[in-house]
Design a protein around this ligand. Structure first.
Ligand SMILES: Nc1ncnc2c1ncn2[C@@H]1O[C@H](COP(=O)(O)OS(=O)(=O)O)[C@@H](OP(=O)(O)O)[C@H]1O
Ligand SMILES: Nc1ncnc2c1ncn2[C@@H]1O[C@H](COP(=O)(O)OP(=O)(O)O)[C@@H](O)[C@H]1O
Length: 405
């Protein structure tokens, strides 16, 4: 049996498929179903359905395979029986495995069946929320419920970092709406506003709603840049000047004050976090992912992390950028683009000489690749430049973007 860990959005969809919140769906859609949904907003059988619910799986997983789907912490959530493959996507029914619910407000993640059983007879006004209800919306909901003589079902849509805050907002609203019930639903937002709304309505109906009220769109205030998490990620050849500039930047930031700074020094990383890893492609990628993971955790809490590995592969750098952006933080890639000849001329550690002599295999720039970034926010060639000026260039980027004041 194959195992796979879907991404956060796919896991949220999976939970809704398993709970019955996505009824009549019982699995991820086939290409015929996806086409029907996109073209007509209906499943091939004619039932209305707004959104193609799909999952991407690695190529080697084939029709007939049974795949255990796991959450990022390793708990087996469900089994997917693959019926069809179409490009990256795989379709097929899912069956729940018996796993305990956990996480904040797990007790409020109830299935439609459980909720429907507890609701009184009569009209049910479901309120789907992605943010707090303002006073006007709360009055609106209370008035509508009274008019319809309906029970209010508050449905905080929990997905991502803001999930627990939305549930808290629903619990607060519930105190103002006597007799109301709260159920947390892991419905990820859809880009298309119409589709998002329709999907919310479908899910609400499955929970027993006879009327649906879409809570106001959350006003997303990401906070000013100087309060947001930030990762400054240097990349470049050995000897290009990454650590020298990174240390200079750290010191300059600490002198200014106002931000906490974590410097993930390359040597320290290789000695502790990535101890035992080699310079093979797989190990370099693992090293960079580990650095990215720690940096994203720092940035998640509003910190500023500085990293300075070679990071020779574009795809892995992009993965780190995505990890950081996923937690709501910013990512700045600084390419220290000092040419190989200059790095080799400096040869601070004598490694280039060893690599040229064939004594050090897989050496970046000599016998191993370095993929030049085309997505760097800043490019610095340190040839003939003082360290102060190089540090100043990075600091300039941070101040002009408002990350430091
Ligand atoms: N084969 C090979 N290729 C490149 N570099 C090598 C190699 N072997 C050892 N070293 C030393 O390790 C430092 C680079 O480690 P990194 O963790 O930054 O590399 S990577 O991002 O995982 O590719 C790098 O340090 P810096 O000079 O600070 O970049 C080298 O001193
Ligand atoms: N403008 C500059 N910025 C950074 N380093 C410079 C600069 N000019 C000269 N150097 C020298 O280049 C070398 C860079 O080494 P290092 O910072 O360890 O590079 P890396 O971390 O990329 O391997 C240091 O000896 C540093 O003094």
């Amino acid at each position: 049996m194959t195992e796979w860990t879907p991404d956060a959005r796919e896991l949220a969809d999976l939970e809704l498929l398993l709970s019955g919140a996505y009824a009549p769906l019982t699995g991820f859609l086939t290409s015929a179903e996806v086409n029907a949904v996109i073209e007509r907003g209906r499943l091939p059988g004619g039932a209305p359905w707004p959104d193609p619910v799909t999952i991407a799986l690695p190529e080697e997983i084939q029709p007939g395979d049974r795949v255990t789907l796991k959450d990022p912490e390793g708990a087996a959530v469900a089994v997917l029986t693959v019926g069809e493959r179409d490009g990256h996507h795989a379709a097929g029914p899912v069956e729940a495995l018996d796993t305990p619910a956990y996480g904040p407000f797990a007790r409020l993640r109830r299935t439609p069946e459980e909720v429907r059983k507890d609701l009184p007879e009569g009209e049910v006004l479901a309120v789907t929320m992605r943010g707090p209800l303002d006073a006007a919306s709360l009055d609106d909901v209370a008035a509508t419920a009274e008019e319809l003589d309906a029970t209010v079902l508050l449905m905080p849509l929990v997905f991502g970092e803001s999930g627990p805050a939305v549930v808290r907002a629903a619990l607060t609203a519930s105190e103002r709406l006597p007799g109301s019930t709260v159920v947390a639903v892991p419905l990820a937002p859809r880009d298309d506003v119409e589709i998002d709304l329709e999907l919310r309505e479908h899910v609400a109906r499955n929970y027993g709603a006879t009327e649906h009220y879409a809570g106001p769109r959350p006003v997303s205030i990401p906070g000013p840049p100087h309060r947001r998490g930030l990762v400054v990620f240097f990349t470049g050849l050995s000897g290009s000047g990454k650590s020298t500039i990174a240390r200079g930047l750290r010191d300059a930031l600490l002198e200014r004050g106002g931000r906490t700074v974590t410097y993930l020094d390359g040597d320290v990383v290789r000695r502790l976090l990535s101890a035992g890893l080699t310079f093979s492609r797989a190990d370099r990628d693992l090293n960079i992912r580990r650095i990215g993971f720690v940096a994203a955790e720092v940035a998640r809490h509003g910190g500023l992390a500085i990293c300075a590995p070679i990071a020779p592969y574009a795809a892995t750098r992009e993965e780190v950028r995505a990890m950081v952006e996923e937690v709501g933080a910013d990512f700045l890639l600084v390419h220290v683009a000092t040419p190989l000849e200059e790095c080799e001329r400096r040869d601070r550690k004598g490694l280039y000489a060893q690599a040229r002599a064939g004594l050090l295999p897989e050496f970046t720039g000599i016998s191993d690749p370095y993929e030049e970034p085309d997505d760097a926010e800043l490019v610095v060639d340190t040839t003939g430049m003082t360290v102060e000026r190089s540090v100043g260039a990075v600091l300039g980027l941070l101040t002009s973007g408002g990350w430091v004041r």
